[in-house]
Design a protein around this ligand. Structure first.
Ligand code: NAD
Length: 223
């Protein structure tokens, strides 16, 4: 969406919005996409919030970081709000993405078809193991690490998924950043040093399981 259309839709990007708010934008977008699938064109803020197990006040406060949405007595217009949230999240265009580390996890992600629907196009994978190089995983080719710079520039790749062992995390990150990658989804269990302007989203499923175990253990004690 062009900047002027975004303004007409009542939304602006706000890089100062707190991370939990931005995280909830993805939740709002999923909720709205579901409504659009059901051909629902308008939804009240209360109804929308309830469907996400949130309060209307929370949803309104979050969206207020980005503009004025919703009309009194009517609520949110589903289609335009989807467009605006996609623009704010940057998913109104297709991002080319590479995967570094074509092991068990990397291969599973390379076969996942859901990324494309959300605007993320996997274009290549990289590995240091000769046995894995030149092979295709699904339709994605695995390249040698030495080809990374060329491929990243060729496809103007800005996002990467890192699925290498912990000890290789930093070195592949350095290579990715030098090639111009600006955002890294990091599965390797290691903290990454990154240059200014590069964003890292760490994924730690064990930590999330710990959070669940804490909640379930707490519920058991209470019960
Ligand atoms: P794996 O051993 O099957 O795959 C790792 C791949 O990385 C291998 O193909 C290996 O050849 C490749 N590799 C190693 N060094 C490399 C380098 N310098 N450059 C390019 N490729 C390199 O391991 P896996 O089970 O797929 O797990 C991958 C990573 O993800 C591990 O670090 C693991 O701990 C992590 N992991 C994280 C989560 C999470 O929740 N964050 C969950 C599962 C696995």
């Amino acid at each position: 969406m062009s900047r002027s259309r975004l303004h007409r839709a009542g939304g602006v990007r706000n890089n100062n919005a707190p991370a939990p708010v931005v995280k909830r934008l993805s939740l709002y977008l999923r909720g709205l996409e579901k409504l659009a699938d059901q051909k629902i064109e308008e939804v009240s803020s209360q109804q929308f919030a309830r469907s996400l197990r949130l309060t209307g006040a929370q949803v309104r406060k979050d969206l207020a970081y980005f503009g004025q949405f919703g009309r009194r007595g009517v609520g949110y217009r589903v289609g335009p709000l989807i467009e605006t949230l996609r623009h704010i999240l940057g998913t109104d265009k297709t991002w080319n993405v590479v995967v570094v580390g074509a092991g068990n996890l990397g291969r599973a992600l390379l076969r996942y078809k859901g990324f494309a629907k959300k605007g993320f196009r996997l274009v290549a994978a990289f590995d240091i193991a000769e046995a894995k190089v030149s092979v295709r995983v699904g339709r994605i080719r695995v390249y040698r690490l030495k080809d990374l710079d060329r491929i990243v520039r060729k496809y103007a790749v800005k996002l990467a998924i890192v699925t290498v062992p912990a000890e290789a995390g930093q070195s592949v990150t350095d290579i990715l950043c030098a090639a111009g990658v600006m955002g890294i989804l990091n599965f390797a269990p290691t903290m990454l040093d990154i240059p200014d302007g590069v964003a890292v989203a760490p994924v730690d499923l064990a930590a999330q399981l710990e959070q669940l175990s804490f909640q379930v253990a707490g519920a058991k004690v209470k019960g």
